[in-house]
Write a protein that binds this ligand. Structure first.
Ligand code: C5P
Length: 280
């Protein structure tokens, strides 16, 4: 199975909650970058991962997903989970969450067990704030911790250039240092995204990522990636999640290719998504 990465089309951090998490508002959208996940029925749970920087075994979020399901269903079946990692880690792309989402969705089927949707969503939220999004297809407006979801169809008529510098940003650190925007004028994120696909100036004027100021200050190279995209002809560029990835929308593929070559010459990773891409 393929576990697709997401980008955040805007990300507002609204306020800190009594449970320590933050209320946010964002639009999640999947791009053409995915991990391959293979599940095989076994006697115990085990996880192997092609990327040495991603933990294998019990520390892997997929192991935790399988364990949660096993406990919830009260069974002793196991599974061998093999992950071929393509999505950079600590990059604001939800790589681990996407993998966990696939495991939660597909494992009950492999074990020939039924689990209702709302239970699955609760288990997903125990694993991480953006795991619930990855349980279903489509783009989504997300609120709360990221688990209050309104799915909708979104086709982006631009080439999306994604750039991930060799910088690992800790999400926990980013939330500890971000300045929440409680009380600021409410923004209709979904409306801006839909309008902006026709007239990208609406994206530039209307979308923001509240993590950018704090992350750019600590890691100026990430800001330079965004600047390179805008200078190189992007209609719009923004950091995804708490970074380090930045994406740009290009109406001309040629410009996206040129900026991609430039960013690669600076030792950054780049990935391209074709216009109107939708996961298979
Ligand atoms: O839920 P997740 O494991 O992705 O959260 C990682 C870190 O980000 C945690 O430290 C959590 O406190 C913080 N976070 C937050 N508000 C959110 C999501 C995450 O404060 N909506």
């Amino acid at each position: 199975m393929r576990a697709y990465a997401k980008i955040n089309l805007g990300l507002l951090v609204l306020d800190k909650r009594p449970d320590g998490y933050h209320n946010i508002e964002t639009v999640f959208h999947r791009i053409d970058l995915y991990d391959d996940i293979e599940l095989e029925h076994a006697l115990t749970i085990s996880v192997t991962c092609s990327d040495p920087n991603t933990p294998s075994g019990e520390a892997n979020i997929c192991y935790k997903a399988a364990k949660l399901l096993q406990q919830h269903l009260g069974i002793h079946d196991g599974v061998t989970i093999s992950i071929r990692k393509n999505i950079p880690v600590g990059a604001g792309l939800g790589g681990g969450s996407a993998d966990a989402g696939v495991v939660l969705r597909e494992l009950p089927r492999l074990w020939k067990k039924r689990i209702d949707d709302s239970t699955l969503r609760k288990l997903a939220l125990q694993l991480g704030s953006d795991v619930p999004y990855f349980l279903s297809a489509g783009s989504a407006l997300a609120k709360g911790r990221g688990e209050v979801l309104e799915y909708f169809k979104l086709h982006i008529p631009f080439t999306i250039l994604l750039c991930t510098p060799n910088i690992h940003v800790s999400t926990a650190w980013a939330y500890q240092n971000v300045k929440p925007n409680k009380g600021s004028r409410p923004i209709d994120l979904k409306g801006i995204v839909l309008e902006g696909l026709k007239k990208p100036v609406h994206l530039v004027n209307g979308l923001r990522n509240d993590f950018e100021p704090v992350v750019f200050k600590e890691y100026p190279e990430i800001m330079r990636v965004k600047e390179a995209m805008m200078r190189g002809g992007a209609e719009f560029a923004l950091m995804s999640g708490s970074g380090s990835s930045v994406y740009g929308f290009f109406s001309q593929r040629k410009f996206a290719d040129e900026v991609s070559s430039y960013l690669r010459s600076k030792d950054h990773h780049t990935f391209l998504t074709d216009p109107n891409f939708a996961p298979s």
